[in-house]
Design a binder for this molecule. Structure first.
Ligand code: ZN
Ligand code: ZN
Length: 215
């Protein structure tokens, strides 16, 4: 898989420390199951976190020791890094299949208008996560964000102000990004997207519909 847009170190560290809301955990776990590079980085944070937690007292790791540990881990053969996440053929990688209780055909879509569909998944309330189905060539209403938004592409591709995102790519948006994601022609685009605050739509119609859609 040719993944160009990855998770950030901050997010991987927070995931490893278990401080992310459930909705974001699902997006991270799903990306990790598709991405060797981020999985290796996450494994190194797990190892460092584990080493710190094993001591009775709060361990202080010198910068040099931390770098040496990370270097050691990065030199480990790929097989030694946890690879238990394998996935059955389908659109959804295993962590998402487990969450949904199946693949694409078990999703209960609700229409959002203009051919766009969504399915909100059940998670704890601090953040929400949904599957989005955007027909090829269709666009999401342009919007900005009051908090964080993390979007993982599962099928097809979309483009916006930040670039092109294909299967496996993650887009991380915050208050700074104002975007207008548009699905590429040729294949309908399916994404998994988590948010921790409502979006800010720039036109009236989506703003009116917003409370009903729980976006
Ligand atoms: Zn990655
Ligand atoms: Zn957005």
């Amino acid at each position: 898989m040719n993944i160009k847009h990855h998770l950030t170190d901050d997010i991987l560290m927070a995931y490893s420390a278990g401080t992310l809301p459930e909705a974001f955990n699902l997006v991270v776990a799903t990306h990790l199951s598709m991405c060797d590079e981020c999985r290796a980085a996450a494994a190194s944070y797990d190892a460092v976190g584990g080493a710190v937690l094993e001591g009775d007292e709060v361990a202080t790791i010198s910068d040099g020791a931390l770098k040496a540990t990370l270097k050691l881990i990065s030199e480990m053969p790929k097989d030694a890094i946890k690879t238990e996440r394998t996935y059955k053929p389908g659109i959804f990688p295993t962590p998402l299949q487990d969450y949904v209780g199946g693949d694409l055909d078990s999703v209960q879509w609700r229409s959002v208008g203009m051919g766009v569909k969504q399915a909100v998944l059940k998670t704890s309330k601090e953040a929400s996560v949904r599957l989005l189905y955007i027909p090829a060539g269709a666009a999401m209403p342009d919007h900005s964000h009051k908090g964080k938004e993390m979007t993982l592409v599962l099928q097809g591709a979309f483009s916006d102000e930040d670039g092109r995102f294909g299967r496996g790519d993650v887009e991380i948006a915050d208050q700074e990004l104002h975007h207008h994601p548009t699905a590429e022609m040729g294949e309908d685009c399916i994404c998994l997207t988590a948010t921790d605050a409502p979006l800010k739509f720039n036109s009236l119609i989506p703003r009116i519909a917003q409370p009903f859609l729980r976006i």
